[in-house]
Ligand binder design. Structure first.
Ligand SMILES: [Zn+2]
Length: 304
């Protein structure tokens, strides 16, 4: 079973006249059929506060509410697995806010996790820790967007070396965190400049990066390989990328983070993994773990 761990619905057009094709339920189901993907995990994106929203012109951003996306997902059982989504600042910015009413609603609607969390707050902010601990007590894994500390990015913030992510992993040990985004994937290398936390660093990976260490040391950390950030990290140094796929075959989750339903919006991840399997660089077992078995075990999805 192949599972796309990172799928959205909505219009991600930020520049007038871009001429891109927004994501709809219909064209996303057609994409899954075309690519041979059995299931997709829908991460609701919503018009968050300015610090939590992707950069761009909000007026062109015709996304639905989290509630609408979760309710609509129920029309596609067996194809779409919904996640809920929320912001650590909800509840008047209180670090003691009780999120259980909304988490119970998510669980009742069949949500298998939460994300992606895009709030531009430090990973170890009290409000983030409070929300993540509660996600753990509801056994809801959480997908995170990750960035550096400078303005003009979005997602949970950290410094090079990921000390704040590590603090969150340690203070919320019951919570499964699914890492994603430039700030997360830059840490595949030991050499990370602040600018790399919101970029796509190229070239050889320096051994001893925070990401391999955290994946090794924290059972509650997983990684989704979606988007340019995940793909860049796995391919910037092909030999390192291949060794990384072997080493963390139980922790990596295939995803696309497709943002547009046109030819330019196609993501290379699945074709890349298929190519590695066909050329014998990864075993069929590693391929099936990364493309679906790890996700179905994590989310408690039984294969059909
Ligand atoms: Zn995304």
């Amino acid at each position: 079973m192949i599972i796309d761990m990172h799928m959205h619905i909505g219009d991600f057009t930020f520049t007038p006249g871009e001429g891109r094709v927004p994501l709809t339920w219909e064209n996303q189901l057609a994409r899954l059929d075309e690519e041979g993907i059995d299931l997709a995990v829908m991460l609701p994106v919503y018009n968050a506060s300015p610090e939590g929203a992707p950069p761009g012109v909000a007026l062109l951003d015709e996304r639905m509410s989290v509630r609408d996306q979760v309710l609509d997902a129920a029309r596609y059982p067996g194809r779409i697995v919904p996640f809920g989504n929320l912001d650590p600042r909800w509840g008047s910015n209180s670090p003691n806010y009780d999120f259980s009413p909304v988490l119970e609603w998510f669980v009742a609607q069949g949500c298998k996790g939460v994300g992606e969390v895009t709030a531009h707050l430090p990973f170890d902010d009290d409000r983030v820790v409070n929300m993540f601990r509660q996600l753990g007590s509801y056994k809801l894994p959480v997908t995170i967007e990750s960035a550096g500390t400078e303005a003009g990015s979005y997602g949970l913030q950290d410094e090079p070396g990921a000390p704040r992510l590590e603090r969150l992993l340690r203070t919320a040990p019951q919570t499964t965190i699914i890492g994603h985004g430039p700030g997360f994937w830059a840490e595949i290398s030991r050499e990370v400049r602040p600018v790399d936390k919101w970029g796509y660093p190229k070239g050889k990976v320096a051994e001893g990066g925070a990401l391999p260490r955290l994946l090794r040391e924290y059972p509650n950390l997983y990684a989704d390989i979606s988007a340019d950030s995940g793909f860049n990290a796995l391919t910037r140094d092909p030999a390192f990328g291949l060794a990384f796929l072997h080493l963390f075959q139980d922790k990596l989750l295939f995803g696309t983070d497709t943002c547009f339903a046109d030819a330019a919006g196609k993501r290379p991840q699945l074709g890349f993994l298929k190519g590695l399997r066909e050329s014998g660089q990864i075993t069929p077992e590693i391929y099936s773990k990364i493309t679906g078995a790890n996700a179905s075990a994590l989310l408690g999805i039984k294969s059909a």
